[in-house]
Design a protein around this ligand. Sequence first.
Ligand SMILES: [Zn+2]
Length: 224
Amino acid sequence: MRQAGIEEKPRVHLCHASSSRSPVWSCRPEASVPTSEDSGFACNRERSKDGLAARQKFWFPIYGNNIPGPDPVLPEELTTPFLSLEGQQFPVTGPVPGSDEAGNSFVFIPSLKAVVTGDIVFDHVYFGVQRDKAREDWTKTIDQILALKPEIIVPGHEGPGAKHDISAIDFMKKYIVDWDVNVGKSKNAAEMRENVLKQYPGLGIQFTLNDRINTYFPAQNQPK
Ligand SMILES: [Zn+2]
């Protein structure tokens, strides 16, 4: 998003490994490098500073010297439950449960019927499938998004083929059902990986897949 009168600058937002947990940060006009492990309204500033070196290293191959430094520019806490841009207000909902970690949020843009999500919606990527209560809580957040009847959905992570609409939710639902089936029929992590890749070849952020699988198949079950 671009705000009138503010010079376009490179924006790099480094919360966990990406900006996806808090779309709020992605909308801020200033060049900033928040590096928090917490996102949403409250940012843990001390942990942010500690995490900077690791995050700079992670993103340097992509953004090079566009990453400001040496000190991080920390995000300001949002003092209103909405963002303001060009005379419009965009309600922010959060912190809400998502996948991956706590502290997610989503932004609604009424004039576009658009929702910009954090690590709540994933499309055409290998995402972390939650279990039990975590899955229920996450599903409730998705229901909150659907209740807004969005025509545009911007996922926290997306891969090739993502369409920025409600089909992202359909993708997720099917992926979760298929994931459970694959867990049931796989004897170990290697088999699970093979099954997932066979059914879903070429999705985005494949580098996260092993970690996703390992939460279901603890190390002792993996082939040496
Ligand atoms: Zn993420």
